[in-house]
Write a protein that binds this ligand. Sequence first.
Ligand code: 6PG
Length: 242
Amino acid sequence: MTIYLSISPDTATLTERTVEVLEALGSQAISKYGRFVVSLAGGSTPRGIYQRWAQGTTLDWSKVALLFGDERCVPPDDERSNYRMVAESLLAGLKTQPQIYRMEGEHADPDQAARFYDGFLAELLGEDGRIHLALLGLGSDGHTASLFPGAEALQEADSRCVSTEAPDRSMRRLTLTVPCLRDAHKLMFLVSGAEKAEVLSKVMEGRLDPELLPAQFFLRDDRLNVNLLMDEPAAAKLKRRQ
Ligand code: 6PG
């Protein structure tokens, strides 16, 4: 395997390219497996991509299972909720709704919510046990999903989902784990904006230290099948450009 880099001149082109890849991967998965199991990235980068995806899609969404790569421990209607961002950007634009599997951020016991999601994933993924596509973003501290630098969650070797805490201790989070994400058939990172140039350069070309830069668990391992889609401002400090 290897890591495929795609650098778009601007955000609009990054959005179009990402939707093209999403449609191709979704169509391939539905043809091959009869369904498309995809875990979505949260945060702000994907919002415009999800909106455009809903507008331009030709997938049979009744055969798409939407998972979440992570969730904030807030109610689903909270403005910080990744589910709410997905509902407003992707789901609102779809004529046919996919099977949606929320992480229960509102659960009073985040550890219990993580155990529920872990058990549900085991059932959903069945024999194969693997997500077809995991969409991921990159935080300015090198985190991805809610896998934060130095967090205990980085050591989880068995469960597919655990609870963890945001570094600023502002809230608990639920996240898919390193082994779960590394096991995906394909990983796709979406990185946009000049504010990510420094961290992307460290993750891709700096000292290898995944405990400090958790995205390196996925972006610095040639055994994985990874697409890194970015725009020029985010790629500005990269030496390797393809
Ligand atoms: C979250 C995300 C997180 C995000 C990065 C990038 O819940 O915040 O899952 O991993 O992808 O922090 O966030 P932005 O796209 O907002 O820069």
